[in-house]
Ligand binder design. Structure first.
Ligand code: F6P
Length: 357
């Protein structure tokens, strides 16, 4: 354990795709570092890229984090391309990949930064782990709207994305019913179906297609036809962006929206009018929900406490009601996906939701 007096200054950076609540973490960590521990706080812009050009970093004072709690995005900026261990750059017109991690660690020291809080998803935490293994004092805070980090019950950003997706499904419901259409809504989540499943249940979707459960278009169309037999001439289909396409659709895929592919296929097979909405980055934006603001604040404060107690190489997490910490090494590399036989899927099936299987 390090002595608390060793820390005089911390850096904060945000990496990977943004998520609602990043600013709430920055605010909480900066406030607690300044007010509770009297540390100096440095904002590192655009993930670890900010340490390639240390002159771009700036001190975060209390006034700088005032008013940012309800703001989406990150005041520090972010990138999902800045890996200092394989940094892409162009030299003499050719792309070269370099390991600039020593430069990044050296620049943090030049800025007087004793320890860093890195707020990011699986990719950013992996980079954080490597920097920690090279001697950087570092603590991680998990973020992602996808909720796919296995070490924490929930990541902040997920709840807000869920609200946004559910609100969209609610709105699409009324127009689908009026026009007797099949409406497909594609949601984010990468290789995990959490947003699709939870927003689908919350929004009263009839079909939910997720990466964890293989499906066929025929099964979906049979379900659409079955609904018609009892007078339901509309169907809401939530499609997770990471679904595994059945072979006939995979052959047609050009890497675009899977929602459109699924929608076209249902239209052909069910002879129904289908409309598709791809929600996209709307799910990452906007003001964080109260739940995400509170979780982000708890994470930010706990990250600072971990630094104060010399507990580096850790990532804060939520376990049940408690915010605690795990080794970053145990937190990265394996994603949390939906158990197809789990309670949430069984609940959905019990109320007649179709997974296309
Ligand atoms: O991981 C968050 C996420 O929004 C995913 O749900 C989505 O697949 C991806 O990021 C989109 O990334 P980008 O902003 O690079 O398009």
């Amino acid at each position: 354990m390090n002595d608390i007096t060793e820390i005089r200054c911390i850096g904060i950076c945000t990496g990977g795709g943004d998520a609602p609540g990043l600013n709430a973490v920055i605010r909480a960590a900066a406030k607690s570092a300044i007010l509770k521990y009297k540390w100096k706080v440095i904002g590192i812009p655009d993930g670890f890229d900010g340490l390639i050009w240390p002159e771009r970093s700036f001190e975060l004072k209390l006034k700088d984090v005032s008013g940012i709690l309800p703001r989406g995005g990150t005041i520090l900026g972010t990138t999902n391309r800045g890996n200092p261990f394989s940094y892409k750059t162009v030299e003499n017109g050719r792309e070269v990949v370099k390991d600039i991690s020593d430069q990044v660690i050296g620049n943090a020291a030049k800025l007087g930064i004793d320890a860093i809080i890195t707020i990011g998803g699986d990719g950013s935490q992996k980079i954080g782990l490597e920097l920690f293994q090279k001697g950087m004092k570092l603590v991680g805070v998990p973020k992602t709207i996808d909720n796919d980090l296995c070490a924490t019950d929930v990541t902040f950003g997920f709840d807000t994305a869920l609200h946004t997706a559910t609100d969209a499904i609610d709105k699409i419901h009324t127009t689908a019913e009026s026009h007797h259409r099949v409406m497909a809504i594609e949601v984010m989540g990468r290789d995990a179906g959490w947003i699709a499943l939870e927003a689908g249940i919350a929004g009263g979707a009839h079909v939910i297609l997720i990466p964890e459960i293989p499906f066929t278009i025929q099964n979906v169309c049979d379900y659409v036809a079955a609904r018609e037999t009892y007078g339901k001439r509309f169907t809401i289909v939530v499609v997770a962006e990471g679904i595994n396409l059945p072979p006939e659709l995979k052959a047609l895929s050009r890497g675009g929206s899977v929602g459109n592919l699924v929608g076209d296929a249902i239209s052909l097979c069910a002879h129904k009018e289908v409309r598709v909405s791809v929600l996209g980055h709307i799910q990452r934006g906007g003001s964080p929900s109260p739940y995400d603001r509170v979780l982000a604040t708890r994470f930010g404060v706990t990250a600072v406490d971990l630094i104060a107690s010399g507990s580096f190489g850790k990532m804060v997490c939520l376990r049940g009601e408690r915010v605690c910490a795990v080794d970053i090494a145990d937190a990265v590399g394996h994603l949390k996906t939906i158990d197809p036989a789990g309670e949430l899927v069984r609940t959905a099936r019990a109320i007649g939701i179709c997974f296309g299987d």
